[in-house]
Design a protein around this ligand. Structure first.
Ligand SMILES: Nc1ncnc2c1ncn2[C@@H]1O[C@H](COP(=O)(O)OP(=O)(O)OP(=O)(O)O)[C@@H](O)[C@H]1O
Length: 361
């Protein structure tokens, strides 16, 4: 486990943040520009000495300002990936990757050279120089080089921010595979919610140098008291599994901890784990199961709580479907017309669902 506790000041900005990251999987530092995400990453990497702080990985202290301990970056054995790939321009891809292998942490295990090539799909690029690669290809090579150093932790600072939408979509599945295969803690800085949906297991929500909340993506997206809830795409992210395909209807059936959902036909085989984002604006409520409607997904739910949205005319409903919480955003007028009160048994009608990438079998 990575434990981070930091205080640092730059002129008008002060950082005061503490959080932990799980031994495996992606912990995303998420928040608006200037909230201190990169400063945290630099301190964890050993590139910045904070005014005060303590950082430990699996119990080993890397920084403790009170004890005057600060391990230099090279002794931390962390892999770093930035917005721009920072490859050696005069070396081809193969040589850039072998550089990573030469710097590998001695005694550490990890994917082999060939496994990294296959994982990131970079075998066809081996003879090329970085100038002849697309932005997405360069980032895949940078990831490969970082992975071949057999790091104990991967630090990624907005690795997709410099790419256009098409390149981002191309590289996200590679990052998801890397997360599933690498068995490392990954600290991932981003201000893009689609990257959080696709990659993050845990979320550290930041604002103005402070940690607002930390927890699993499922927990935090189900809260209505955080800035996440003010976004147009606010809504819960829920883990689910492909139960079956119904190709003649063009549908795939998903199972989650609160029931089943139908969505447009997917290509992954049954058994594949995915996460769905159910936007609160796409969930509406009925008191009785409606007939003759186009909405595919109508599920029984219990109204657990009613919460403000920040708009005087709309409210959030926290809906309990078995173990799963869903959010609906409806008008106050609808709330009054239906006479909804906590405890009410309702039907949740889900107009659409959006997907992230496969989550490792
Ligand atoms: N070396 C520095 N000297 C002075 N101020 C700095 C320095 N580095 C960062 N800052 C300031 O500290 C604050 C936090 O910066 P930081 O880069 O950590 O934010 P961020 O959340 O990563 O932002 P972004 O998403 O835009 O990269 C900002 O106000 C920034 O201007």
């Amino acid at each position: 486990m990575l434990e981070v506790s930091l205080r640092h000041g730059f002129g008008g900005f002060s950082l005061d943040a503490a959080f932990t990251a799980a031994p495996e999987g992606v912990t995303a530092l998420f928040g608006p520009s200037g909230c201190g995400k990169s400063t945290i990453l630099k301190a964890v990497a050993g590139l910045l000495r904070p005014d005060e702080g303590r950082i430990a990985l699996d119990g080993e202290v890397l920084l403790d300002t009170a004890q005057r301990v600060m391990l230099p970056p090279e002794r931390r054995h962390f892999g770093l990936v930035f917005q721009e790939a920072r490859l050696f321009p005069h070396m081809n891809v193969a040589t850039n990757l072998r550089y990573g292998l030469r710097r590998a942490t001695s005694g550490a295990t990890g994917p082999s050279f060939d496994e990294v090539l296959a994982l990131l799909g970079i075998e066809p690029l081996l003879d090329r120089r970085p100038a002849r690669l697309s932005g997405g290809e360069r980032q895949r090579v940078a990831l490969g080089r970082a992975l071949l150093m057999r790091p104990r932790l991967l630090l990624m600072d907005e690795p997709l921010a410099a790419l256009d939408a098409a390149r981002r979509a191309e590289i996200l599945p590679f990052l998801a595979r890397l997360r599933d295969v690498a068995r490392l803690p990954i600290l991932y800085v981003t201000h893009a919610l689609d990257e959080v949906d696709a990659l993050a297991d845990r979320l550290v929500l930041m604002e103005a140098g402070k940690v607002l909340a930390a927890g699993t993506v499922e927990e935090l997206t189900a809260r209505t008291d955080l800035p996440l809830a003010t976004r147009r795409d606010a809504g819960v992210v829920i883990p689910c599994i492909i139960a079956s395909h119904e190709p003649e209807r063009g549908l795939t059936r998903f199972r989650f901890a609160g029931g089943e959902l139908l969505a447009p036909l997917q290509t992954e085989p049954p058994g594949t784990r995915l996460r769905l984002r159910l936007r609160a604006r796409d969930v509406s409520i009925a008191l009785a199961p409606p007939g003759d409607i186009s909405v595919q997904n109508v599920l029984p739910a219990k109204l657990a709580a009613i919460a403000p949205t920040g708009s005087p005319h709309e409210v959030f409903l926290h809906l309990a479907l078995g173990e799963t919480t869903m959010l609906a955003r409806i008008t106050r007028d609808a709330l009054d017309r239906l006479g909804l009160v906590p405890g009410a048994e309702v039907w949740a009608m889900i107009k659409s669902v959006t997907f992230d990438h496969a989550r490792g079998g």
